[in-house]
Design a protein around this ligand. Structure first.
Ligand code: CO
Ligand code: ZN
Length: 332
């Protein structure tokens, strides 16, 4: 799982600019699916065809990541930026960033600004340019930067790096596809790697409209309540796949939640229940597509979400794979 996560994390994919991420993921899932295509917005869709009698099942993880777009180049060569997605500026000061073209720099707070006042206009990217002229040789208005991609191992099965939100979900989908590749499944399984989740669940909307699934599962990170000072939350690193009951965008199908809990108990797969009091997921787009679908999500609890270094436990991701494979087999 670690090697796969590193591969899918290595490709650039700031929201709206996911082409490289899509290419990388396509190469990793092609062998396990019957067809792969991208739609108008850039969603990557890989399909394992059933026997033509089954349902349409949509499994979705977003491949876009938060980042920074260059809006202006200052006289001394610093780059002004607009955030793409909900950046945690307090957590990202002086982190290394890299543009889609490979230009490196640091994301830096302007002098004298207090952390309480942090926002995009109080930050610039320093690429080390002497002045505007030198900067303009490397960067133009509209270029996008991401936090430098890197996934490192910590204690036990814990890892940290970027962009774990949501390349861990992408890695989970690839592992599910691998596990189901040689199984006889009646349902059509659509593995959807969505675009522009971080700016408002946009890609999954059009993908779910086109596919019109009857059953949907999203895979994403969720917050935890397991470090000092956290808001109380019944999710911890290492306690298993988090079966979502609710977040700010969706109330999951209660029967589907129950079915997933039953399978987890029966197959002895570690699970926990998730209620996230803020934030949204692609689950909502799939639930409300066309006439609606039964929707739920399996989340990987993560610390420090939307900083340049998120942390999670790989065993939780593996539990998401095992639970999905067991569930899909059970309904087929
Ligand atoms: Co996110
Ligand atoms: Zn996410």
């Amino acid at each position: 799982m670690l090697e796969l996560l590193r591969k899918v994390s290595s490709a650039h994919g700031v929201s709206g600019f996911e082409k490289k991420a899509a290419e990388t993921i396509r190469g990793l899932i092609a062998d396990y699916t019957d067809e792969q295509y991208t739609d108008t917005l850039g969603n990557l869709i890989a399909v394992k065809r059933g026997n033509g009698q089954g349902r349409k099942v949509m499994l979705c993880a977003h491949m876009d990541e938060i980042g920074f777009m260059v809006t202006f180049i200052e006289e001394k060569g610093q780059l002004c930026i607009a955030p793409v997605g909900g950046i945690s500026f307090a957590a990202s000061s002086y982190d290394r960033v890299m543009s889609e073209k490979g230009v490196r720099g640091l994301i830096v707070p302007r002098g004298g600004v207090k952390p309480a006042d942090y926002s995009a206009d109080k930050f610039y990217i320093d690429i080390g340019a002497k002045n505007r002229k030198e900067a303009e040789k490397k960067v133009k208005i509209g270029d996008v930067f991401r936090f430098e991609a890197d996934v490192v191992r910590l204690c036990g099965k814990r890892v940290c790096g970027h962009p774990l939100d949501d390349r861990i979900g992408c890695a989970i989908l690839i592992e599910i596809a691998k596990a189901l590749a040689n199984e006889k499944i009646n349902d059509d399984i659509y593995y959807v790697f969505s675009v522009q989740e971080e700016v408002g669940l946009r890609g999954s909307k059009t993908a779910a409209y086109a596919i019109a699934p009857e059953l949907s599962l999203a895979y994403d990170v969720t917050a935890t309540g397991d470090v000092p000072g956290d808001t109380p939350m019944a999710c911890s690193l290492g306690d298993g796949a988090a079966i979502k009951i609710k977040d700010n965008s969706v109330i999951c199908d209660p029967t589907l939640v129950e079915e997933l809990v039953d399978i987890a108990k029966k197959e002895k797969i570690k699970y926990q229940l998730e209620i996230l009091t803020y934030g949204g997921t692609d689950t909502a787009s799939m639930q409300m597509a066309r006439a609606g679908s039964r929707a739920c999500a399996l989340s990987v609890p993560s610390r420090y979400i939307h900083s340049g270094n998120e942390m999670l436990d790989l065993d939780d991701a593996i539990a998401c794979v095992d639970l999905t494979v067991a569930y899909i087999k059970s309904i087929n």
